[in-house]
Ligand binder design. Structure first.
Ligand code: 6PG
Length: 249
């Protein structure tokens, strides 16, 4: 089974169109969750792809479409750096989304990149179970994909799903990526989500996206293939350049 068989693939014209679709999907997931359970629990992706979508959400008309005090923000992964470091996913989300929307600190659950990774893993697992229960079910997890097929901070070279039912893991990124030491949700936590959106743009990712969606199932070499929600839905958002080599593009 490849990721595509349990996922929808939506091809968008360009990154702007993808960001608009991301913001719209976020609003739909948020309002569905708030209507159903009073709260929307979302894990944000790091990297550059979602930034424009975050900025859209913090701007009219989207900012007025969600009851933001009912949104609790988590993170799919983090670099092991302080929260004010230029490579921090928390800092990036704060600048583009959380600060412009004046989100209360009490509603933001950051991974602690500034402390010892194993301590940070245990601390975040406690936060997830305290806030979401023993099997944390996030309403929405936003993910990106690297040109090597990684997602969150699950990198090629080791089976992303180690079979243990841990919620958070410390990993080490390949030498070409910013910040080697990382913290990441595990596939166990990711695949428990009600909805997963994986956003991919650019020609540089066309080959790996075709491998992820149309290629043989090999999550050790293409970790994003491990994303297959148990009960939820996964949607790929890809712009035309990234989707160029897909079988059905
Ligand atoms: C991170 C992300 C990572 C990211 C991909 C894609 O911490 O970097 O969680 O998984 O989503 O590397 O990054 P871009 O969106 O910058 O291409």
């Amino acid at each position: 089974m490849t990721a595509a068989k349990s996922a929808d693939v939506v091809a968008l014209d360009d990154p702007r169109d993808l960001s608009r679709t991301l913001a719209e999907s976020f609003c739909i997931s948020a309002n569905n969750a708030i209507t159903a359970r009073g709260t929307f629990n979302v894990a944000l992706a790091g990297g550059s792809t979602p930034k424009a979508g975050y900025a859209l959400l913090a701007s009219p008309p989207y900012r007025s479409l969600i009851q933001w005090p009912r949104v609790h923000f988590f993170f799919g992964d983090e670099r092991c750096v302080p929260p004010d470091h230029p490579d921090s996913n928390y800092r990036s989300a704060r600048e583009t989304l959380l600060a412009p929307l004046e989100i209360a600190d009490a509603n933001v659950f950051a991974m602690r990149g500034e402390i010892d990774p194993s301590t940070a893993v245990a601390a975040y697992e406690q936060i997830l179970t305290r806030e979401l229960g023993p099997l944390p079910i996030l309403d929405l997890i936003l993910l990106g994909m690297g040109a090597d097929g990684h997602t969150a901070s699950l990198f090629p070279g080791a089976p992303p799903d180690d079979g243990a039912q841990t919620l958070v893991r410390a990993t080490v990124a390949p030498p070409d990526l910013a910040v080697r030491n990382r913290l990441t949700l595990t596939p166990y936590t990711i695949n428990a989500a009600r909805k997963i959106i994986i956003a991919v743009t650019g020609a540089a990712k066309a080959k790996i996206l075709a491998q992820a969606i149309d290629g043989p199932y090999d999550p050790t070499s293409c970790p994003v293939q491990i994303v297959a929600p148990t009960n939820g839905r996964c949607t790929w958002l890809a712009d035309r350049e990234a989707a160029a080599l897909l079988r059905n593009s």
